[in-house]
Ligand binder design. Sequence first.
Ligand code: BEZ
Length: 389
Amino acid sequence: MYLKTLKALALVATAFAAATPAGAQPAPKLKVGLMLPATGTFAALGTAIENGFRLYIDEHGGKLSGREIEFVKVDDESDPAKATDNVNKLIKRDNVDVLVGTVHSGVAMAMAKVAKDTGTLLIVPNAGADAVTGAMCAPNIFRSSFSNWQPGYAMGEVMAKKHYKNVVTITWKYAAGDESVRGFKEAFEKSGGKVVKELSLPFPNVEFQALLTEIAAAKPDAVYTFFAGGGAVKFVKDYAAAGLKKTIPLYGAGFLTDGTLDAQGADAEGLQTTLHYADGLGTPRDNAFRLAYAKTYKLQPDVYAVQGYDAAQMLAVGLAAVKGDIAKKAEFEAALGKATIDSPRGKFTISRSHNPVQDIYLRQVSGKENKLIGVASKSLADPGRGCRM
Ligand code: BEZ
């Protein structure tokens, strides 16, 4: 009996020695700087991104390529004026190894500038600013989400096929709104439609009344819009309350109804939008993700959660290629450039300018879901205008 126990102990010791060679230090923690909004109109979007990111890390035992993940967090308040200071704190004070952020395009452009200047790896898990994977592109900057151009362009094609001729657009006056409308207009006017009026208000204002009166007076065939988060909730409710939902069909980039349906209720019913995620995809990959997310957070995931999850997946792919040594930048970047990411949204690749090449879905609100209707644009690649790499 005693001999048996000794033998068993010796076996365990041999196995352990093989796994952790004598004297070897555990790999140092990998510091992830999460720069996301925790307050303001995009607060819920920030939470969903962080949830998705953490879910992937937790599914891998809290480690990627043997390195335990440590988080340092900053609430960026979706305020571009504070962005450079915030990102500099993460890089210089906290010495993060990688930056993950953010939601707001203006804040993301400030992050991209600092990332480019310092060579810090940046993965953008939402903000669609075209320039991030356009004129500001860099080998160390990647996006797990979309460019503002993508859902807008896809909806321009959809609405042209529906034979609308005159459309009014309405959005916030900042990069995301401007670029979403530009993408829409490019596709819509190419197919013979006309954007007859471009309405906007400053971010994050939600005083829509005067603009809704202008829409009623213009009597367009339809309206295209970009709003997100708390602003999208108020816009959809105000549009219906003004009586416009019954007379002038409302369309948008899918942020209009993603993560917002509980608050929008019946006012969102039937709205059609374009986005790189939808409810009811029904693939094994998406089903497993949705189940895990719902179990962990007692919530249904939305597009922001998927983008956070995929930001972590992209980090994992790059780290695996360099066996955890993030200092090997060229190899890290090359691996991601060649990768296919097995996302809950469907598999995607990464363009030359580091933006997802992905299907854009047409969805329609039914109850509490953005139900899949079909693929509006297959494997849509952002043109990456101005990117020199
Ligand atoms: C943006 O600022 O790029 C953005 C914000 C919320 C949803 C989508 C895009």
